[in-house]
Design a protein around this ligand. Sequence first.
Ligand code: MF3
Ligand code: CO
Length: 264
Amino acid sequence: MKKYHGAYIKNAREIGCLREADRMVANILDAVGDMLKPGVKTRQINELALDMCNDYHVQPAFLGYNGYPFAICTSVNEEVVHGFPSERVVENGDIVSVDMGVVFDGFVGDAARTFPVGEVSAEARTLMRVTEESLYVGIEQAVSGNDVYAIGAAVQAYVEERGLGVVRRFVGHGVGAHMHEKPEVPNFKTGVRGLTLQNGMVIAIEPMVTQGSYEVDILDDGWTAVTRDRKWAAHFEHSVAITPNGPQILSISDRGLNRHTISA
Ligand code: MF3
Ligand code: CO
Protein backbone atom coordinates (compact mmCIF):
# COMPACT_ATOMS: atom_id res chain seq x y z
CA MET A 1 0.00 0.00 0.00
CA LYS A 2 1.23 3.48 -0.86
CA LYS A 3 2.41 5.58 2.05
CA TYR A 4 2.61 9.29 2.77
CA HIS A 5 4.80 10.19 5.75
CA GLY A 6 3.89 6.89 7.38
CA ALA A 7 0.15 7.11 6.64
CA TYR A 8 -1.28 4.52 4.25
CA ILE A 9 -3.03 5.73 1.12
CA LYS A 10 -5.91 3.37 0.32
CA ASN A 11 -7.21 2.58 -3.16
CA ALA A 12 -10.89 2.25 -4.06
CA ARG A 13 -11.00 -1.48 -3.30
CA GLU A 14 -9.44 -1.00 0.11
CA ILE A 15 -11.79 1.85 0.96
CA GLY A 16 -14.64 -0.42 -0.14
CA CYS A 17 -13.53 -3.07 2.37
CA LEU A 18 -13.30 -0.44 5.09
CA ARG A 19 -16.77 0.83 4.20
CA GLU A 20 -18.16 -2.69 4.50
CA ALA A 21 -16.42 -3.24 7.86
CA ASP A 22 -17.76 0.09 9.09
CA ARG A 23 -21.28 -0.65 7.84
CA MET A 24 -21.28 -3.78 10.00
CA VAL A 25 -20.01 -1.81 12.99
CA ALA A 26 -22.73 0.81 12.48
CA ASN A 27 -25.39 -1.91 12.19
CA ILE A 28 -24.14 -3.40 15.47
CA LEU A 29 -24.35 0.03 17.11
CA ASP A 30 -27.93 0.42 15.80
CA ALA A 31 -28.83 -2.93 17.38
CA VAL A 32 -27.15 -1.91 20.64
CA GLY A 33 -29.23 1.27 20.66
CA ASP A 34 -32.39 -0.80 20.20
CA MET A 35 -31.62 -3.10 23.13
CA LEU A 36 -30.29 -0.50 25.58
CA LYS A 37 -33.20 -0.07 27.98
CA PRO A 38 -33.27 0.17 31.77
CA GLY A 39 -32.49 -3.27 33.23
CA VAL A 40 -30.06 -4.40 30.53
CA LYS A 41 -26.65 -5.65 31.66
CA THR A 42 -23.65 -4.31 29.78
CA ARG A 43 -22.53 -7.93 29.35
CA GLN A 44 -25.57 -8.42 27.09
CA ILE A 45 -24.24 -5.72 24.76
CA ASN A 46 -21.03 -7.72 24.39
CA GLU A 47 -23.05 -10.86 23.63
CA LEU A 48 -25.10 -9.07 20.98
CA ALA A 49 -21.91 -7.76 19.36
CA LEU A 50 -20.36 -11.25 19.32
CA ASP A 51 -23.55 -12.78 17.87
CA MET A 52 -23.65 -10.20 15.07
CA CYS A 53 -19.95 -10.74 14.33
CA ASN A 54 -20.74 -14.45 13.96
CA ASP A 55 -23.64 -13.72 11.62
CA TYR A 56 -21.43 -11.44 9.53
CA HIS A 57 -18.52 -13.93 9.61
CA VAL A 58 -16.18 -11.23 10.88
CA GLN A 59 -13.84 -10.98 13.84
CA PRO A 60 -14.33 -8.42 16.60
CA ALA A 61 -11.34 -6.07 16.32
CA PHE A 62 -10.91 -5.17 20.00
CA LEU A 63 -10.97 -8.68 21.52
CA GLY A 64 -7.34 -9.48 22.38
CA TYR A 65 -6.04 -6.14 21.14
CA ASN A 66 -3.23 -5.31 23.58
CA GLY A 67 -4.94 -7.87 25.79
CA TYR A 68 -8.37 -6.14 25.81
CA PRO A 69 -10.69 -8.91 27.03
CA PHE A 70 -14.03 -8.09 25.30
CA ALA A 71 -15.52 -7.55 21.84
CA ILE A 72 -16.87 -4.13 22.70
CA CYS A 73 -16.30 -1.24 25.12
CA THR A 74 -19.23 -0.09 27.29
CA SER A 75 -18.50 3.06 29.29
CA VAL A 76 -21.25 4.30 31.62
CA ASN A 77 -21.69 7.89 32.85
CA GLU A 78 -18.31 9.05 34.30
CA GLU A 79 -16.54 6.30 32.35
CA VAL A 80 -14.98 7.86 29.25
CA VAL A 81 -13.74 4.94 27.12
CA HIS A 82 -12.60 1.29 27.32
CA GLY A 83 -15.16 0.30 29.97
CA PHE A 84 -15.61 -3.47 30.44
CA PRO A 85 -18.96 -5.11 29.78
CA SER A 86 -20.09 -6.66 33.08
CA GLU A 87 -23.06 -7.65 35.23
CA ARG A 88 -23.76 -3.95 35.70
CA VAL A 89 -27.40 -3.13 35.05
CA VAL A 90 -27.99 0.17 33.28
CA GLU A 91 -30.64 2.39 34.82
CA ASN A 92 -33.01 5.04 33.63
CA GLY A 93 -31.01 8.27 33.25
CA ASP A 94 -27.64 6.62 32.53
CA ILE A 95 -25.66 7.28 29.39
CA VAL A 96 -23.61 4.50 27.80
CA SER A 97 -20.75 5.03 25.37
CA VAL A 98 -20.36 2.01 23.12
CA ASP A 99 -17.26 1.53 20.96
CA MET A 100 -17.08 -1.33 18.45
CA GLY A 101 -14.65 -2.61 15.85
CA VAL A 102 -14.66 -5.51 13.39
CA VAL A 103 -12.16 -6.94 10.95
CA PHE A 104 -13.67 -7.67 7.52
CA ASP A 105 -11.44 -9.10 4.78
CA GLY A 106 -8.38 -7.79 6.62
CA PHE A 107 -9.71 -4.27 7.16
CA VAL A 108 -10.82 -2.69 10.43
CA GLY A 109 -14.08 -0.83 10.97
CA ASP A 110 -14.20 1.39 14.07
CA ALA A 111 -17.02 3.60 15.37
CA ALA A 112 -18.61 4.67 18.65
CA ARG A 113 -21.74 6.38 19.97
CA THR A 114 -23.14 7.42 23.32
CA PHE A 115 -26.69 6.23 24.00
CA PRO A 116 -29.21 7.51 26.53
CA VAL A 117 -30.95 4.93 28.74
CA GLY A 118 -34.61 5.85 29.15
CA GLU A 119 -35.08 9.49 30.08
CA VAL A 120 -31.80 11.30 30.73
CA SER A 121 -31.21 14.74 32.22
CA ALA A 122 -31.05 17.90 30.12
CA GLU A 123 -27.35 18.20 31.05
CA ALA A 124 -26.65 14.69 29.77
CA ARG A 125 -28.56 15.38 26.56
CA THR A 126 -26.51 18.53 26.01
CA LEU A 127 -23.29 16.61 26.63
CA MET A 128 -24.24 13.98 24.04
CA ARG A 129 -25.47 16.51 21.51
CA VAL A 130 -22.39 18.75 21.70
CA THR A 131 -20.10 15.70 21.47
CA GLU A 132 -21.86 14.40 18.37
CA GLU A 133 -21.96 17.87 16.82
CA SER A 134 -18.24 18.31 17.52
CA LEU A 135 -17.56 15.09 15.61
CA TYR A 136 -19.23 16.57 12.52
CA VAL A 137 -17.36 19.85 13.01
CA GLY A 138 -14.15 17.79 12.97
CA ILE A 139 -15.25 15.77 9.93
CA GLU A 140 -15.73 19.02 7.95
CA GLN A 141 -11.99 19.62 8.31
CA ALA A 142 -11.09 16.17 6.97
CA VAL A 143 -10.23 17.36 3.48
CA SER A 144 -7.16 16.84 1.33
CA GLY A 145 -4.60 19.62 1.80
CA ASN A 146 -5.72 20.42 5.33
CA ASP A 147 -3.42 19.90 8.30
CA VAL A 148 -4.71 16.92 10.31
CA TYR A 149 -4.49 19.10 13.42
CA ALA A 150 -7.13 21.44 11.98
CA ILE A 151 -9.62 18.75 12.99
CA GLY A 152 -8.72 18.94 16.67
CA ALA A 153 -8.56 22.71 16.67
CA ALA A 154 -12.12 22.88 15.32
CA VAL A 155 -13.43 20.22 17.72
CA GLN A 156 -11.86 21.87 20.76
CA ALA A 157 -13.11 25.34 19.89
CA TYR A 158 -16.64 24.03 19.33
CA VAL A 159 -16.70 22.11 22.61
CA GLU A 160 -15.08 24.72 24.84
CA GLU A 161 -17.33 27.51 23.52
CA ARG A 162 -20.15 25.44 24.98
CA GLY A 163 -18.51 25.10 28.39
CA LEU A 164 -17.46 21.45 28.06
CA GLY A 165 -14.03 19.78 28.08
CA VAL A 166 -12.11 17.72 25.52
CA VAL A 167 -10.10 14.70 26.64
CA ARG A 168 -6.37 14.85 25.76
CA ARG A 169 -5.29 11.40 26.89
CA PHE A 170 -6.88 9.56 23.94
CA VAL A 171 -6.89 10.56 20.29
CA GLY A 172 -8.30 9.45 16.95
CA HIS A 173 -6.14 7.66 14.42
CA GLY A 174 -5.58 6.43 10.92
CA VAL A 175 -7.42 3.14 10.34
CA GLY A 176 -7.00 0.44 7.71
CA ALA A 177 -5.42 -2.99 7.81
CA HIS A 178 -4.48 -2.05 11.37
CA MET A 179 -6.79 -0.46 13.91
CA HIS A 180 -4.27 2.21 14.81
CA GLU A 181 -2.29 3.70 11.94
CA LYS A 182 -0.72 7.06 11.38
CA PRO A 183 -1.63 9.85 11.73
CA GLU A 184 -2.78 10.53 15.26
CA VAL A 185 -5.92 12.65 15.21
CA PRO A 186 -6.12 14.70 18.43
CA ASN A 187 -9.38 16.37 19.41
CA PHE A 188 -7.56 19.43 20.71
CA LYS A 189 -5.16 22.04 19.43
CA THR A 190 -1.49 21.13 19.35
CA GLY A 191 1.28 23.69 19.01
CA VAL A 192 2.93 22.05 16.05
CA ARG A 193 2.17 21.30 12.42
CA GLY A 194 0.74 17.93 11.57
CA LEU A 195 0.55 15.79 8.50
CA THR A 196 -1.16 17.25 5.44
CA LEU A 197 -4.22 15.12 4.72
CA GLN A 198 -4.19 13.34 1.34
CA ASN A 199 -6.92 11.70 -0.70
CA GLY A 200 -7.03 7.99 0.12
CA MET A 201 -6.29 8.40 3.81
CA VAL A 202 -8.87 6.98 6.20
CA ILE A 203 -9.05 8.30 9.74
CA ALA A 204 -11.15 7.61 12.82
CA ILE A 205 -12.24 10.88 14.41
CA GLU A 206 -13.42 10.33 17.97
CA PRO A 207 -13.97 13.26 20.33
CA MET A 208 -14.39 12.39 24.01
CA VAL A 209 -16.12 15.27 25.78
CA THR A 210 -16.57 15.90 29.51
CA GLN A 211 -18.91 17.97 31.64
CA GLY A 212 -16.02 19.16 33.80
CA SER A 213 -12.26 18.67 33.76
CA TYR A 214 -10.79 16.79 30.79
CA GLU A 215 -8.41 14.86 33.06
CA VAL A 216 -8.94 11.11 33.24
CA ASP A 217 -7.85 8.29 35.55
CA ILE A 218 -7.46 4.63 34.61
CA LEU A 219 -9.19 2.19 36.97
CA ASP A 220 -7.43 -0.80 38.53
CA ASP A 221 -8.63 -3.07 35.70
CA GLY A 222 -5.93 -1.32 33.64
CA TRP A 223 -8.40 -0.17 30.97
CA THR A 224 -11.45 1.76 32.10
CA ALA A 225 -10.87 5.50 31.75
CA VAL A 226 -12.99 7.67 34.07
CA THR A 227 -13.10 11.41 34.47
CA ARG A 228 -10.93 12.51 37.39
CA ASP A 229 -13.78 14.66 38.78
CA ARG A 230 -16.30 11.86 38.06
CA LYS A 231 -18.50 14.14 36.00
CA TRP A 232 -19.97 12.47 32.92
CA ALA A 233 -18.39 12.01 29.50
CA ALA A 234 -19.60 11.19 25.98
CA HIS A 235 -17.83 9.72 22.94
CA PHE A 236 -18.78 9.67 19.26
CA GLU A 237 -16.57 8.18 16.54
CA HIS A 238 -16.80 7.83 12.77
CA SER A 239 -14.30 6.35 10.34
CA VAL A 240 -13.89 8.84 7.49
CA ALA A 241 -12.21 8.60 4.07
CA ILE A 242 -10.47 11.67 2.61
CA THR A 243 -11.61 11.87 -1.03
CA PRO A 244 -11.59 14.33 -3.94
CA ASN A 245 -15.29 14.83 -3.15
CA GLY A 246 -14.53 15.73 0.44
CA PRO A 247 -14.87 13.68 3.61
CA GLN A 248 -16.85 10.45 3.21
CA ILE A 249 -18.18 8.90 6.40
CA LEU A 250 -17.74 5.12 6.15
CA SER A 251 -19.48 4.07 9.38
CA ILE A 252 -23.03 4.37 8.02
CA SER A 253 -25.57 1.68 8.90
CA ASP A 254 -28.28 0.21 6.70
CA ARG A 255 -30.63 2.70 8.38
CA GLY A 256 -28.55 5.55 7.02
CA LEU A 257 -26.31 8.07 8.69
CA ASN A 258 -27.12 7.95 12.34
CA ARG A 259 -27.32 11.27 14.07
CA HIS A 260 -28.89 10.29 17.33
CA THR A 261 -28.87 13.46 19.29
CA ILE A 262 -28.78 16.13 16.59
CA SER A 263 -30.97 16.94 13.63
CA ALA A 264 -29.69 16.93 10.03
N1 MF3 B 1 -12.10 3.09 19.21
C1 MF3 B 1 -11.07 2.72 20.15
C2 MF3 B 1 -9.76 3.16 19.58
O1 MF3 B 1 -9.76 3.61 18.52
C3 MF3 B 1 -11.16 1.31 20.50
C4 MF3 B 1 -9.98 0.63 21.05
S1 MF3 B 1 -10.45 -0.38 22.31
C5 MF3 B 1 -9.29 -1.58 22.43
O2 MF3 B 1 -8.73 3.12 20.18
F1 MF3 B 1 -9.62 -2.28 23.43
F2 MF3 B 1 -9.26 -2.27 21.37
F3 MF3 B 1 -8.12 -1.03 22.59
CO1 CO C 1 -10.95 4.45 17.27
